[in-house]
Design a binder for this molecule. Structure first.
Ligand SMILES: Cc1cc2nc3c(=O)[nH]c(=O)nc-3n(C[C@H](O)[C@H](O)[C@H](O)COP(=O)(O)O)c2cc1C
Length: 375
């Protein structure tokens, strides 16, 4: 049975006016282990910190007296016009943050015209989420994030469920053939509570471990023998009519390969610093990716986007849209759907203010307001 719909008017905690306030408040209200899972990163959390620092360090060069009347935040993405370029990143187990989990996030995203990418590890069924989002007239795109499972027929069934439910694109995450070493999380002994789990992976059986010979590696000689490769992208495209975007690409040569293999879009991402620590911050990777792709497919970016100015900078560096991760979970933890809506609203309002103050009527003017040209 799906949980009751989120109450429409959960109040926001007093004094929460920015994404940073949301973060502080959410941390204060959560136990250390859950916080470590939801908000921690891999290793020494250098990439986690550098993602946000890299956006902050970029400087804007405002233009003045340009006409601003009639300006807007609209963008085109995969054949659709969106009210603004902000999407919710796929994040596992959102019922850890709030009992209404993905349903509350979906409701808020749809109400705010933000796209939503639902994780393979969703703790709410994809059918329930689609039913919540699809009827909303002003909603953004609804995409399903895919982790390829060793059992490809299981993966195919999941893809068919997402298609049948009305999801409009698949996002294949390619930067996590193994989980990163999330040391903070391990230190706290984080465990999923019994009532929260990946509802679509319940019937999945891991392949039995292989007998390893002397000197063989449990990773390279067993687990990673199932890791996806470029051939699996071709396979995925052959079993679905939906566009496939790749998430977690940072190298320009991989971007070119992805385009050659028929990817419909790329998400420049380091998984929010949760996989490879010291991976390049996405703000630093984006210009090279834009150069490599030359507008053949849309480029999206995530990791450390915390202000409307960050969104403007991402657009200036060649992104077609951005995804936001942890701040959505903070809003969700603080006030369910109301909290997520507040986070998305703040980002959009800040983006409009940043555009006005830099003299950008529309987002295609964003590249003209960076203080230093990229690269
Ligand atoms: C708690 C949590 C769970 C996540 N789960 C997934 C997932 O299931 N699939 C995926 O592709 N990315 C996952 N991500 C990564 C996000 O999609 C995104 O790349 C990242 O959070 C963006 O960085 P930000 O949190 O700094 O905005 C997760 C991130 C967090 C924080």
């Amino acid at each position: 049975m799906s949980p009751a719909p989120p109450p429409p008017h959960t109040p926001l905690p007093p004094g929460v006016l920015t994404l940073a306030d949301h973060e502080r408040h959410a941390q204060g209200a959560m136990n250390e282990a859950t916080w470590a899972y939801l908000c921690g990163g891999a290793g020494d959390e250098l990439t986690l910190a550098r993602n946000a620092d890299a956006w902050r360090a970029l400087e804007l060069m405002p233009r003045v007296l340009r006409p601003l009347a009639g300006g807007h935040t609209r963008v085109k993405l995969l054949g659709r016009t969106l009210a603004h370029p902000i999407l919710v990143a796929p994040m596992a187990y959102q019922r850890l943050a709030h009992p209404h989990g993905e349903l509350a996030t979906a409701l808020a995203a749809a109400a705010l015209g933000a796209g939503l990418v639902l994780s393979t590890q969703t703790s709410t069924s994809l059918q329930a989420v689609a039913a919540r989002v699809l009827p909303e007239p002003g909603r953004g795109p609804l995409w399903f994030q895919l982790y390829l499972q060793p059992d490809r027929s299981f993966t195919q069934d999941l893809v068919q469920q997402a298609e049948a439910a009305g999801f409009e694109a698949l996002v294949l995450t390619v930067d996590a053939p193994v989980q990163g070493s999330r040391d903070r999380e391990r230190r706290t002994g984080f465990q999923l509570p019994p009532d929260v789990g990946a509802v679509h992976l319940k019937g999945l059986h891991s392949p039995p471990p292989r007998a390893l010979g002397a000197g063989q590696s449990a990773l390279f000689d067993d687990l990673l023998t199932h890791a996806p490769t470029w051939d699996d992208l071709a396979w995925l495209r052959s079993i679905t009519r939906l566009p496939v975007l790749l998430k977690g690409v940072l190298h320009p040569a991989d971007a070119q390969e992805a385009v050659a293999c028929g990817a419909s879009g790329l998400i420049v991402s380091n998984h929010g610093g949760r996989t490879l620590d010291t991976a390049v911050p996405t703000a630093h990777a984006l210009p090279g990716m834009a150069q490599a792709v030359q507008g053949q497919v849309p480029l999206l970016v995530d990791g450390g986007i915390r202000r409307g100015t960050d969104v403007l900078k991402a657009m200036a560096l060649g992104a077609s849209a951005v995804l936001v991760g942890r701040p959505v979970l903070h809003g969700l933890a603080n006030a369910g759907a109301t909290g997520v809506a507040h986070v998305l609203r703040l980002l959009r309002d800040e983006l409009e203010i940043a555009m006005a103050l830099t003299g950008c009527r529309t987002l295609d003017q964003a590249p003209t307001v960076l203080a230093h040209s990229p690269g």
